[in-house]
Design a binder for this molecule. Structure first.
Ligand SMILES: Nc1nc2c(ncn2[C@@H]2O[C@H](COP(=O)(O)OP(=O)(O)OP(=O)(O)O)[C@@H](O)[C@H]2O)c(=O)[nH]1
Length: 377
């Protein structure tokens, strides 16, 4: 079971993606909210203002007609302004029904508008006198005109007030909603960040546990399990690329004497010193492991018999000259080594190991402090 590669960068990328999405959602929402608000009420308010302008003009024209009854163009202008009334009322009714203002709020104004429509019809019939206006009942026109104008003026200004109030209410509401969305997005991001941190932490712990499970506690070298895993991988690779793999098994000579003479802790210190020396002399690509007790191994990928033998000899000579720590300082230590090589993954790991082990056995039999080779069977 190997950890997913780049999990941490994956988590970071995931968080950045979430943050970007959150920012886009919050921004889009605020923009939409603002736009929606402006569009709905500004259209209705515009209609009301235009209608108010007509009403104001109607009042002026009615007054002008009173002062100059012979100026017929006032009559024409009044007729044209009155003719616009139904269309204005219709547009405003539509705007109101599309808006978010509750119907109960503008119901009294609708009643006033209906009354205005009745007045309009009566006024329109006065204006549409059959003989070009000479027979027109002008006092009636004045009375109805002013009544219509004042009804409309009151209704439009009440409606405009309502629209402004509703727009302000909605703006306030949308502000709060936008704030809530932004807070929610921040909260989600914080939760996501906390989750990711927790995951990264678990991943780190998992990795250090895994590292511990394949590390030798005393020497910090790889342990037998790690050697096995790595060797299996190399053999698999060699089956494809035909490369070579060498294995050195190393056993300290007469190590029991160190323990017996200087005690177990001193023996431990010797094991650590030897392990450090092996690690120092091996190449970057070599895997130095402690198999247990006073047994070590070096796994050498892409290394043939001769290269591996040279490293083995270097280790042997270096160990023989290694100053030992503590009370064992006066003593010298030697090692015995067994070497086996395989090409193209031709051996199983057990076969490779067994051949190296036979080499080690021979080295012990032949007097120790030596390296014996067991070439490919
Ligand atoms: N200090 C210490 N000693 C250990 C450890 N593991 C194994 N040993 C000792 O290593 C010694 C191995 O002894 P033997 O198997 O008789 O081998 P040897 O004395 O090295 O003799 P040859 O291998 O035949 O040369 C024993 O005394 C074990 O107690 C360890 O972790 N620390």
């Amino acid at each position: 079971m190997t950890p997913a590669p780049g999990l941490r960068s994956g988590l970071l990328a995931g968080f950045c993606l979430l943050a970007a999405l959150g920012a886009i959602v919050a921004g889009a929402f605020s923009l939409q909210a603002g736009r929606h608000l402006g569009a709905d009420y500004s259209a209705l308010a515009g209609d009301l203002v235009r209608a108010q302008e007509d009403t104001a003009e109607l009042r002026l024209e009615l007054n002008a007609l009173r002062n100059h009854p012979h100026h017929r163009w006032h009559l024409t202008r009044i007729a044209s302004l009155v003719a616009r009334v139904p269309e204005r009322i219709g547009t405003i009714r539509q705007g109101l029904s599309r808006s978010e203002i509750g119907e109960a709020r503008y119901a009294p104004m609708l009643a006033e508008l209906s009354q205005a429509e009745t007045l309009y019809q009566r006024l329109a019939s006065v204006i549409a006198a059959p003989d070009g206006g000479t027979d027109m009942d002008v006092p009636q026109l004045h009375r109805l005109g002013h009544e219509l104008e004042s009804t409309l003026a009151w209704t439009y200004s009440s409606l405009l007030e309502d629209v402004h109030r509703a727009a302000a209410d909605q703006q306030r509401l949308m502000k709060w909603l936008s704030l809530a969305v932004v807070l929610l997005v921040i909260l989600v991001l914080l939760v996501a960040a906390a989750l990711m941190l927790a995951l990264a932490r678990i991943h780190r712990q998992w990795r250090s546990l895994r590292e511990l499970s394949v590390t030798d506690e005393l020497t910090r070298l790889a342990n037998r399990r790690r050697l096995w895993e790595v060797a299996e991988r190399y053999l698999e690779l060699n089956r494809r690329d035909g490369g070579e793999l060498s294995l050195l098994l190393i056993d300290l000579d007469h190590f029991k004497r160190f323990n017996d003479r200087y005690g177990h802790p001193a023996g431990d210190a010797v094991l650590q010193a030897v392990a450090a020396e092996f690690a120092r002399l091996g190449r970057e690509s070599d895997l130095v492991a402690r198999l247990g007790g006073e047994e070590f191994a070096v796994l050498m990928p892409n290394t043939g018999l001769e290269g591996a033998r040279q490293l083995g000899e270097r280790l042997r000579e270096a160990t023989a000259g290694l100053p030992l720590p503590g009370q064992a300082g006066e003593q010298r230590l030697t090692i015995s080594l067994g070497l086996a090589t395989t090409r193209g993954g031709g051996d199983t790991l057990a076969q490779l190991y067994s051949r190296a082990d036979r080499g080690l056995y021979r080295a012990k039999q032949n007097g120790r402090n030596r390296l014996e080779i067991n070439a490919q069977a």
